[in-house]
Design a protein around this ligand. Structure first.
Ligand SMILES: CC(C)(COP(=O)(O)OP(=O)(O)OC[C@H]1O[C@@H](n2cnc3c(N)ncnc32)[C@H](O)[C@@H]1OP(=O)(O)O)[C@@H](O)C(=O)NCCC(=O)NCCS
Length: 141
């Protein structure tokens, strides 16, 4: 169900961004993910449809997650967990030792997902999202 996404998946990933993210990536930003060899993009497929995706960029031994989104109709079915699990495998494969991310402090579903997957809060950036703080989280491989 989880596999590497390709440029054929750009339209569906854009749809996931539009429907699930408060500040969605533009089509150009999604296209750029696939032009950057440091970026891994994974998709979750159910019934021939992309129902979730995650992307992360790795520089030397540090990765950072750009975005994770799961279609609203498919949440709480373990898809977020599955995407993060496979992402760790992929990032280990390119030598990552740590994974970082930032998440809005009020986004409890995402924070709980990351905590369940072993990420720890390491700092807070006040007002990072204007009306909300960013929590910075780290996972050690
Ligand atoms: C965050 C998100 C990716 C989670 O995806 P998901 O497929 O529903 O997550 P899973 O079903 O794998 O849940 C894994 C764990 O995350 C936590 N979790 C997920 N949704 C939760 C919720 N609404 N409330 C509390 N905890 C939640 C739970 O610990 C859950 O484990 P459990 O089901 O055993 O209790 C999804 O809610 C989403 O796409 N949100 C909108 C986009 C977004 O905010 N992305 C993150 C940007 S930083």
């Amino acid at each position: 169900m989880i596999s590497l996404a390709t440029t054929n998946d750009i339209a569906e990933i854009c749809r996931l961004e539009q429907e699930n993210m408060p500040h969605p990536y533009s089509q150009k930003m999604v296209e750029e993910l696939f032009c950057n060899e440091r970026v891994k993009v994974l998709k979750a497929v159910k019934n021939n449809r992309i129902v979730g995706y995650v992307s992360a960029e790795t520089v030397f031994d540090e990765s950072s997650i750009n975005n994770v989104a799961v279609d609203g109709a498919f949440r709480r079915q373990g898809i977020g967990d599955a995407l993060l699990g496979e992402l760790k495998v992929q990032l280990r494969g390119v030598g990552a030792q740590k994974i970082f991310l930032e998440v809005a402090s009020r986004n409890l579903p995402a924070i709980r997902l990351y905590e369940k997957n072993g990420f720890k809060q390491i700092s807070v950036r006040k007002g990072y999202y204007g009306d909300d703080d960013a929590i910075i989280m780290q996972y050690d491989m």
